[in-house]
Design a protein around this ligand. Structure first.
Ligand code: MG
Length: 264
């Protein structure tokens, strides 16, 4: 043996010893066969996606397809929604008040598109203010609001801009398109769960993509939206989805292509 080979041999021996001891420490599971961790049941249901991404897949509940407001009622009197159907769009009617879905939901995936008019005026919260209440738990603005607002070069408190869970979660980015262009929200809503006595067992969570940009990442809500004061939970089981007719004086905004998929 050449004299200079000795350090190499010693290094190899040391490495072999370390490898052997690591193998000895591997948990018993590592000795299983691949098949033992394969799961074959239950088979997920087939959902046929739409031709275009963003259009309703086969199992969606379509809430607005441009043809009628049949899926919506006024929050105030539960009568047919008083918003305007214009050119296949649903336009906020401020005197008509907020509207909500006839159907109630628990956990879901929601797709909704909104457009701030190109002619929008006003500033801050008084510029295209509306909102998607992910669960409408009663009259007025009660529930959990995902803010809708013109946030294209329009400054306001950041936990009240578009993409915020109003006064609870600042969006991770401002993905606003300018007035006149369409904005898209894709939302995953995990409803809160309540104990028998009405106390909250698990909190609500919301994930929101705004024009394809994630702005709320599985955010844990502290309760319903409060305009004044701290949020708190009020027990509910299933709830409609509500769209806000805000009292600001700016031009009414429009919605289109609204659909929801119930989740386990
Ligand atoms: Mg609002």
């Amino acid at each position: 043996m050449m004299r200079n080979q000795l350090p190499t041999l010693l290094a190899v021996a040391a490495l072999a010893s370390v490898t052997a001891s690591l193998l000895a420490q591997q948990p018993a599971e590592q000795k299983m066969k691949p098949e033992e961790t394969e799961v074959w049941q239950p088979v997920p249901p087939v959902v046929t996606p739409a031709k275009d991404c963003g259009a309703a897949p086969s199992d969606a509940v379509v809430l607005f397809d441009g043809k009628s407001l049949d899926q919506w009622v006024n929050v105030s009197d539960q009568q047919p929604a008083k918003w305007d159907l214009v050119d296949g769009l649903m336009r906020v009617n401020k005197t008509g008040g907020s509207i909500e879905t006839k159907q109630k939901f628990k956990n879901y995936q929601l797709h909704i598109e909104f457009r701030i008019p190109e002619s929008i005026t006003g500033s801050g919260q008084a510029r295209g203010n509306s909102g998607v209440f992910l669960a409408s738990t009663g009259a007025g603005d009660s529930g959990y609001e995902l803010q809708v607002l013109d946030s294209y070069q329009n400054s306001t408190y950041v936990n009240g801009m578009a993409g915020s869970l109003y006064k609870q979660a600042i969006p991770l980015a401002n993905a606003a398109r300018k007035p006149g262009e369409w904005n898209v929200y894709d939302v995953v809503w995990t409803a809160p769960i309540f104990n028998e006595d009405g106390s909250v067992k698990t909190h609500a969570y919301a994930t929101v993509l705004w024009n394809g940009v994630i702005v709320e990442n599985h955010f844990e809500l502290q309760g319903e939206t409060r305009y004044i004061g701290k949020p708190f939970y009020k027990a509910y089981d299933t709830a409609p989805i509500k769209l806000q007719a805000h009292g600001d004086k700016s031009e009414p905004i429009s919605f289109r292509n609204i659909w929801v998929r119930n989740l386990p």
